[in-house]
Design a protein around this ligand. Structure first.
Ligand SMILES: Cc1ncc(COP(=O)(O)O)c(C=O)c1O
Length: 409
């Protein structure tokens, strides 16, 4: 067989404004950082970049945790690393489920061999601290695993009281902050969280493919208690402790040694993603975390007012909505997928579909990361008005852009 280019063109994607629940358009500065030259795995420039990235993510997570670094892979790589490394087969894990990503935590914890217990909230609602504490008392779990912002329902679970409850009952608290970090209040140390993971493709304004993680000293002690360094790099001084973590790639005990002073060889760090993740955090820290949250609050409020101004209904308890995404009830008689296709084809704007019980019932519209901007909000609302009208929905002329402008005024 002869080699040929098959006539394929260079990658040249269409211009899109990504206003769904993530991924969103990456900040051009992040993409520029990702085109920087590669260096070797132990080049001082590389290890310095890793250390800077750790320092930046301590600020993003609002923590002093030494163990703050990146897991290579998308956000669920961070979740798997956290749960694989914390949970031993037979451990009890409690998951308050208020959307699709709570189910994902259950699914991953089950694969870790955990005995998984759940409490469930109706989609569109969140839990009170009392409900969570009652479940902890009933289940006596080793780990409470909770999502902060569940993009499937747009809800943001309040976390401020959960750390204290978990410490009182000697439970480790894991949180998936993929969809919420950077756009909603988040205080790792003040809220007493033990392990938190995230991703870049939402409020952090990057592409997916890197999962920032931060681990409290008491969780580090648990994970280090399961350390089995792999053969070939193990020395006679390295004792093997506890139940070995079932995944090599997601073994946080070994990954901590790779990011730490030992620089013990593990995977080959994904240099280009490291550059991107570093730039995402650098931009957020430069802006200031409180300002970034306020920016998401403002543009999220403008989008919410805009869709309501068009006469559309919003799904769920809006007092607990994440700043960065809104679920809009598809009006009767409008073809939800057809309208999304028209947004894409006619305007180059992507809005999101939804999963499970909400599929076909709501669209999800995001205002996050690089797209938490006034022009992105107004253009999306203007396009949505046209698409709804073409679909036969009775919309208030100019009502979307007008209501959003009032929020900005
Ligand atoms: C809350 C939450 N957790 C986890 C994920 C999974 O992330 P990824 O697709 O990057 O693995 C997502 C993605 O939408 C999410 O919103």
């Amino acid at each position: 067989m002869t080699h040929s280019s098959h006539g394929f063109d260079q990658i040249n994607p269409p211009s899109r404004l990504l206003m769904g629940p993530g991924p969103i358009n990456a900040d051009p500065r992040v993409l520029r950082a990702m085109s920087a030259a590669l260096v070797g795995q132990y080049d001082p420039a590389m290890t310095a970049c890793m250390n800077e990235t750790m320092a930046l993510y301590r600020e993003v997570f609002r923590t002093d945790n030494e163990q703050t670094f990146l897991v290579d892979g998308t956000s669920r790589a961070g979740i798997e690393a956290a749960l694989m490394s914390l949970v031993e087969p037979g451990d009890r894990v409690l998951v308050p489920v208020f959307g699709r990503f709570g189910h994902l935590l259950c699914e991953i914890a089950e694969r870790c061999g955990a005995e998984v217990h759940t409490i469930e909230a109706q989609w569109g609602q969140v839990f009170t601290p009392e409900q969570v504490e009652a479940a902890i008392l009933a289940v006596r779990p080793q780990v409470l695993a909770v999502v902060q912002g569940d993009t499937s329902t747009t809800m943001c679970q309040p976390l401020a009281d959960l750390g204290e409850i978990c410490r009182r009952h000697d439970v480790l608290l894991y949180c998936d902050a993929t969809a919420s970090l950077g756009g909603n209040d988040f205080e790792l140390d003040a809220w007493g969280l033990d392990v938190v993971t995230a991703g870049l493709q939402k409020c952090l304004a990057g592409p997916s493919g890197s999962a920032p993680i931060s681990i409290s000293p008491r969780a580090v002690a648990v994970i280090d208690g399961r350390k089995h360094i792999e053969a070939g790099i193990r020395t006679d001084d390295d004792e093997e402790r506890g139940a070995r973590i079932a995944s090599n790639y997601f073994d946080l005990a070994m990954i901590m040694d790779y990011w730490g002073e030992k620089r013990l060889n593990h995977h080959t760090e994904a240099t280009t993603m490291l550059y991107g993740a570093r730039e995402c955090a650098r931009l957020l820290v430069q802006e200031g975390l409180p300002s970034a949250v306020e920016r998401h609050r403002l543009h999220g409020a403008a989008m919410l007012a805009g869709v309501q101004g068009l006469g559309l209904e919003v799904f769920g308890d809006v007092t607990h909505k994440m700043n960065n995404v809104v679920a809009v009830v598809i009006p009767d008689g409008v073809d939800g997928d057809g309208a999304r296709a028209a947004m894409l084809d006619d305007f180059g704007i992507e809005i999101g579909t939804s999963f499970g019980p909400l599929h076909g019932k709501v669209w999800r519209i995001g205002t996050m990361g690089y797209n938490a901007r006034k022009d992105a909000v107004l253009v999306t609302l203007a396009a949505l008005e046209q698409v709804l009208r073409a679909g036969g929905a009775p919309v208030t002329a100019g009502g979307g852009v007008g209501a959003a402008q009032e929020v900005y005024a």
